[in-house]
Design a protein around this ligand. Structure first.
Ligand SMILES: [Zn+2]
Length: 278
């Protein structure tokens, strides 16, 4: 059993209470097939949320000014199963740069274009159950690089070295410091789900609590960036997730711990145990 402590709040805050960013960061969408007008609000809300927490870049380059995400709704795998998909579609690569606030140089890749697909068979039940906004917010995070941007290798060069493949251990300094502050003061890594290695770890299929609990009593099971959508409690976004974006090179504003809960799941009547995937 691990519980959140406040043993290391200063370190976490030093890493998260960001330095002044350079270019502004903004999220925009190209809406493709199936994104009806009534379904767009969730996208705008997701953009507003992430723009409020990722305020800019820790590296100054004129090419960095935000991300454009293509979003579509289409038949995927029938009802249940995979609900949505989000990932970077293009990135800007920088070698041997020193991010603002960093002590040494690194290779950094920023997602500049993203792609998201939502399963048309699941949309109505997600909206009825109050989970549509949660799903969109989750997939936007992937489009920004959560999971997919870890240890990204191309042309023999590795970028964003925060996770060693097959280790199950995320070691980026920003997320780790936040995790130590929020969940486990003695942690040496943030646990990563092994099946696809792009989410924080939780019990397979989300069928049980993880036992990893923050000072507000929130179990990691309900964190937004685990791999399984939960509907019995509102999702929350931890500073561990925001610290991960700091590690990817964004300036970050932490969640105020007292209002971290996202009241997104007002009507959690049914019990979806479906994967966000991937
Ligand atoms: Zn996911």
């Amino acid at each position: 059993m691990k519980t959140g402590t406040l043993n290391r709040p200063i370190l976490a805050l030093a890493l998260l209470a960001s330095v002044t960013g350079f270019a502004d960061f903004s999220i925009s969408f190209n809406f493709g097939a199936g994104i009806e007008e009534s379904r767009k609000t969730a996208f705008y809300d997701a953009a507003a949320f992430w723009e409020a927490h990722l305020t800019g870049y820790r590296y100054n380059d004129p090419s960095l000014n935000g991300i454009v995400i293509q979003a579509e709704i289409a038949a995927y795998d029938g009802s249940g199963g995979a609900l949505g998909y989000g990932a970077p579609a293009a990135a800007q690569f920088f070698e041997n740069i020193t991010l603002d606030g960093a002590s040494s140089a690194a290779n950094v890749a920023y997602s500049t274009e993203g792609y998201m697909l939502f399963d048309s068979e699941d949309i109505d039940s997600l909206i009825a159950g109050g989970s549509w906004e949660t799903l969109v917010r989750h997939e936007v995070a992937h489009a920004l690089g959560f999971g997919y941007g870890w240890n990204f290798e191309t042309n023999g060069i590795t970028y964003n070295e925060v996770y060693a493949l097959d280790s199950g251990q995320y070691t980026g300094a920003g997320a780790l410091a936040a995790y130590q502050s929020e969940f486990d003061a003695d942690a040496t890594f943030v646990p990563v789900e092994m099946s696809d290695q792009i989410h924080w770890d939780e019990v397979d299929e989300g069928i049980a609590l993880t036992g990893i609990v923050d000072s507000q009593g929130r179990d990691m099971r309900y964190e937004l960036m685990t791999g399984w959508l939960n509907t019995q409690e509102p999702s929350f976004v931890s500073n561990t997730t925001l610290g991960q974006f700091y590690d990817l090179g964004y300036t970050v504003i932490p969640e105020p711990s007292s209002i971290g809960m996202l009241a997104l799941c007002g009507v959690c009547m049914h019990f979806i145990r479906s994967r966000f995937l991937v």
